[in-house]
Design a protein around this ligand. Structure first.
Ligand SMILES: [Zn+2]
Length: 341
């Protein structure tokens, strides 16, 4: 789509928008899982966010979109070009790559270029979707229907930031840092708890149930589809403001302090909820820090922890046989006990 729907024109869905913004500010938070009904604008939001981010500079001709500002992470071909002093750069939009459900592992990680192998006998690597997603977003609609081994693989690469392919006599490694966004409809199959836990944030989106919101959603969608250029122009200033805020947050992130008190709170909350392992706490802390950076605050406090706790923790709760309330309710209750209503 040449003109994505403007991010600031998305009506409501605040938790989803915030989760995506936080993952963009600090990709080490990990991927975002978006659960919800069909047609709630999940993929629109990801595309809108990518369009909101400042364009990125890449090395011309590099299949991995290497960052000219980071020669230490260059792929082999960019290293060669740099040595020859032949490095040209250009600006491109942040990529959003769709991973179709039927995609083979070859298509995802890359494979031997069969045509070159057959016609010229050369062993060349044909980069896959992971290469194209580098520095951007990898979007999987209905991640719960994707084969487990592929989800595993994607989460591994997303965590390490590197794609390693060793087979058919090929040995290739290339940078692949991306934010994984998976959408799912809980009625169509569940994700294994071990996989759930590896997504940084999870949000639930619902079709709005109040009349004015529904009308506004339809009105904006209709205006956009009628004349995308005019609609994007209309929202340009608001998107611009948000873009500056994101850029500032990104710069400020390293300076936001996390006091011991905040770490204590995070630990208490995770203990109260009985989340397994330390991943929950780590994500909670990182998400709270990204939020503080976004809000322009110098340190992480209760209000940040409170706001990010539901998306950081709700998918990490074990089923409690004595308590059948939903995980969101349980997180809310623990928050109230810890921080007061
Ligand atoms: Zn490169």
């Amino acid at each position: 789509m040449a003109m994505p729907f403007p991010f600031s024109a998305i009506v409501g869905q605040d938790e989803m928008k915030t989760a995506l913004l936080l993952a963009a500010i600090d990709p080490s938070i990990g991927g975002v899982l978006v659960f919800g009904d069909r047609g709630t604008g999940k993929s629109t939001a990801v595309r809108a966010l990518a369009a909101l981010l400042p364009k990125m500079r890449v090395v011309v001709g590099c299949p991995y979109g290497c960052d000219p500002a980071n020669p230490g992470a260059f792929c082999d071909s960019c290293k060669e070009k740099a040595a020859e002093g032949d490095l040209k750069t250009r600006q491109v939009p942040v990529p959003v790559i769709d991973l179709p459900l039927g995609a083979t592992e070859d298509r995802v990680v890359g494979a031997l270029d069969l045509e070159l192998a057959l016609t010229k006998g050369e062993k060349a690597f044909e980069p896959g979707l992971l290469a194209r997603a580098h520095r951007g977003f990898l979007y999987i609609d209905e991640v719960n229907l994707l084969e487990d081994h592929l989800v595993d693989l994607l989460l591994d690469v997303a965590a390490s930031g590197e794609n390693v392919v060793e087979r058919e006599g090929l040995s290739v490694r290339h940078p692949a840092r991306f934010v994984l966004v998976g959408s799912g409809n809980p009625e169509e199959g569940e994700l294994r708890p071990q996989l759930l836990d590896r997504f940084g944030l999870s949000v639930e989106v619902k079709t709005p149930t109040d009349l004015p919101t529904r009308i506004e959603v339809i009105r904006r969608r209709d205006t956009y589809e009628h004349d995308p250029a005019a609609f994007v122009e209309h929202w340009k200033r608001r998107d611009g403001k948000l873009r500056s805020r994101l850029t500032a947050a990104h710069k400020r992130l390293g300076d936001v302090s996390v006091p011991d008190k905040a770490l204590e709170r995070a630990a208490e909350l995770c203990m109260a909820l009985g989340t397994d392992g330390l991943r929950g706490e780590l994500t909670l802390m990182r998400a709270a820090r990204a939020l503080a950076a976004f809000d322009g605050d110098a340190e992480v406090g209760d209000k940040h922890l409170r706001q990010v706790a539901p998306p950081a923790l709700r998918h990490r709760l074990r089923r409690n046989p004595l308590d059948d309330s939903g995980s969101s309710v349980r997180v809310d209750r623990a928050l109230e006990e810890l921080f007061g209503a």
